[in-house]
Ligand binder design. Sequence first.
Ligand code: GLA
Length: 400
Amino acid sequence: MLEMTATPRSRLVDAIEARFRADFGDARAHPFRRFFAPGRINLVGAHLDYNGGDVLPMAVDRGIYAAMRLRSDGRIRCRSLDQDLAVDIDANDVGARTRPEWGWAGYPIGIWHGFQQRTGLGAGFEAVFGGDLPIASGLSSSAALEIVTAIGLDALHGTSLERQQIALLAHRAETGFVGVRCGIMDQFASALGRSGKVLLLHCAGPRWEHVPFDPEACEVLVLDTKKPRTLAKSGFNERVAQCATAHEILRTHARDLPHLASYTLADLEQSREAMDEVLFRRARHVVTEMGRTRAGAAALLRHDYTTLGAQLDASHRSAAGDYEVSCEELDVITSAARGSEGVFGSRLTGAGFGGCAIALLRPGAFGDVVAKVSEVFRQRFGVVPAFDVLRVGAGPGEID
Ligand code: GLA
């Protein structure tokens, strides 16, 4: 039943090293080095990052691993254990944007491009990547791929960039080079991950704090619906555009504030006539979600997982109702989780539209929750979801 349970880390790293030796050789004089960057789940704060709001993500103990080495001949060579496409290019051919034929490798190449622009260091590199996150399920495998590449280039060149700079470089690679209009949450969550801590990120600054998470009191269950996130890209970009329009209307009809997340429900009411119903609901999600993130962060500080769980439940309702980024599978799986003994709360994670949900559990509740949710989900969709308990990860870095 626990199909998501990942390959043990040591076996994964062994497989990456074996592939590196097979494809690139193992020069003793010029050894490769190994790096890791985590994926993330977001406890509360759905779709707030690109609206200048507060989010509460947690770097997990799963992510992307890489074996990397610089090259002096100006070549860039990328391999993945999970993708067939292998890419070998000349660094001189890298422009301001990715190319369709580079596929997944557009992420590491985009990082190389940003790193080279920032530092002036343009040596090529070769890398093999592998991961233990479900790919494209809302746990931010792409941000982990970006951060592991950036951490690797930084270490190989000895540039000692700050984690915040690495996160911003990765965010620029994703928005500018790859062309996804995401906010900063995923890259910051991965780059600033810290053992035993959740990140309270104020995206408007950005500013952040690390808030302790008590694994003895609460576990994070990931529930993979296995529903592909086919609409995620178009749906995501549409939400970004709708929020920008709602913000423009509020600026003229209520007050001139820098971010949509800064407005109040009273501002929204004042502008209601000027907005169509859909825009009004999108803006209402953003404004009310800010309150849930704040309440969730305050609850986390008190280790009050019951109140934090209630924020997750309310966040899911708003994301499904006002923001319309849920789907039947996510609604059914989160509602089945909520109805199970020992669950504090449950919501979709990532952009939504399919993929994974999360639930906060009382330790020990795992077996019963999984049995119940699997049965409800299987009866409804004929599919058995995958489950896994994720822990707060230690953040990115070099592996000894
Ligand atoms: C995706 C984006 C993030 C964020 C979330 C929604 O994961 O990459 O920037 O907007 O969706 O909270």
